[in-house]
Design a protein around this ligand. Structure first.
Ligand code: ZN
Length: 166
C-alpha cells in the first residue's frame, strides 16, 4: 500500500541503468563486428577467382562464331562477356564465350559474375586490382559493414539480359 506523501520508488537505480547501457553498448559493438567487411579490391583477378560478393545464378553458353556472340556482348573484339541482372534480389549472370574458350577467359567472366569490375578494357587493366560493383551488390540485398568508397563507372553495370541464343 502506498501512503500518500511517501517517496516513489524508481524502477531501476541510476547504477542499474548505467549497467544496462554498458551491456547494450557491448552487445551492439559485438553485433557490428560480426558483419562481414566487403573486400575493397580483388588482386590477381586476371588469374585467380575473386570472393563471390553477388552469389549469382550462373549460366554459361558457348558460341561457335562471333555472329551470335557479338550481338550479345556488344563489342566485336570481345571473345566473351558476362551479362548480369538483379531483379527481386535474385542475381543471374549469363556468361557468353566464343569456342574454344580458355580457362582464363572463363575465370575473367566468372569474376564479373562474382560482382567485380576492372577499371578499363586492356590486359594491363585486367592485371590491376578489380573493384566490387557496389551498386549491383547492394541491389542484390547484400550489405557489408563497409561500403566501397565509390561505385565503378556506370558503364560497368550489368547490361540487360537478352533472350537466350538457341
Ligand atoms: Zn571484363
Amino acid at each position: 500500500m502506498i501512503r500518500p506523501g511517501a517517496p516513489e520508488k524508481a524502477l531501476f537505480t541510476r547504477w542499474q541503468w548505467l549497467l544496462f547501457l554498458a551491456v547494450l553498448l557491448v552487445v551492439l559493438a559485438w553485433a557490428r563486428d560480426q558483419q562481414p567487411v566487403m573486400p575493397e579490391a580483388c588482386h590477381d583477378a586476371h588469374r585467380l577467382p575473386c570472393p563471390d560478393l553477388l552469389g549469382a545464378d550462373v549460366r554459361i553458353r558457348y558460341h561457335d562464331s562471333k555472329a551470335t556472340l557479338t550481338p550479345l556482348c556488344g563489342d566485336v573484339r570481345s571473345n566473351g562477356c558476362a551479362l548480369r541482372r538483379v531483379r527481386w534480389r535474385e542475381a543471374v549472370c549469363e556468361v557468353h564465350l566464343l569456342q574454344p574458350a580458355s580457362e582464363l577467359l572463363l575465370l575473367h567472366e566468372m569474376n564479373h559474375c562474382r560482382g567485380w569490375e576492372h577499371d578499363a578494357d586492356s590486359q594491363a587493366a585486367y592485371a590491376r586490382p578489380w573493384l566490387p560493383n557496389g551498386r549491383l551488390i547492394r541491389s542484390r540485398g547484400r550489405w557489408w559493414s563497409e561500403q566501397p568508397a565509390s561505385d565503378p563507372p556506370a558503364r560497368a553495370v550489368s547490361r540487360p539480359l537478352v533472350p537466350p541464343v538457341e
